[in-house]
Design a protein around this ligand. Sequence first.
Ligand code: FES
Length: 245
Amino acid sequence: MSTETPTFGEDTVAEAKELIARYPQSRSALLPLLHLVQSVQGFVSQEGIAFCAQQLGLSEAEVSAVATFYTMYKRKPCGEHLVSVCTNTLCAAMGGDAIYKKLQDHLGSEGAPLGHEEVAGTPGEPGSIMLEHAECLAACDLAPVLQVNYEYFDNQSEQSAVELVDALRRGDKPAPTRGAPLSDFKTVERRLAGLLPTDDDEFWSDVDGPSQAVETLRGAQLAADRGWTAPAAPEDVPLPEVEAK
Ligand code: FES
């Protein structure tokens, strides 16, 4: 009999069951389970695919089809941190492309720039960083933006981005512009799986961070200051029937 400790031990199986129990149909828990797998391994390995399939009564092909569709599921081991630079249109025009190129060169080694989803350092080790370019991160009013483990750093420049990754490599956890305090990729994957901190202080520090930015609310504030309202909907347009749930 093998004495090797299984990658997904009893605790992970129990947490998987807890997540599955939240849904009327077990297969609906696949996305949270893939995040749970990443919180253990730092990526979705073939073993992780098999684990999800076994817990949910799906085939490995069905789980693979989902894991390879969404970019948040990494098929290669991630760094302690995931740095996502928005290179979509608005951020690109405002400097996002230049920031991504700068970080590729800065995090690369021996003259070779770091590629998309490649890691500077040893994956999973302290200070290691996976770099990726990302599509619109839904913060265009604060462009150019980047995220570390999905927390926002707004209004970035090449210099501020380099200072940020250098701080991460030293083991520092700079405060994001908004959202929860910075942790690491695996911890955030537990949150994305739906497993919230049980410690009260940790829970509230996660949800009490600054949320919306002044820039995001500027339009609504202007309208409120000037008494502008949206035109009323015409009364004679029938609303569609909504099926009862
Ligand atoms: S284009 Fe970068 S956040 Fe939208």
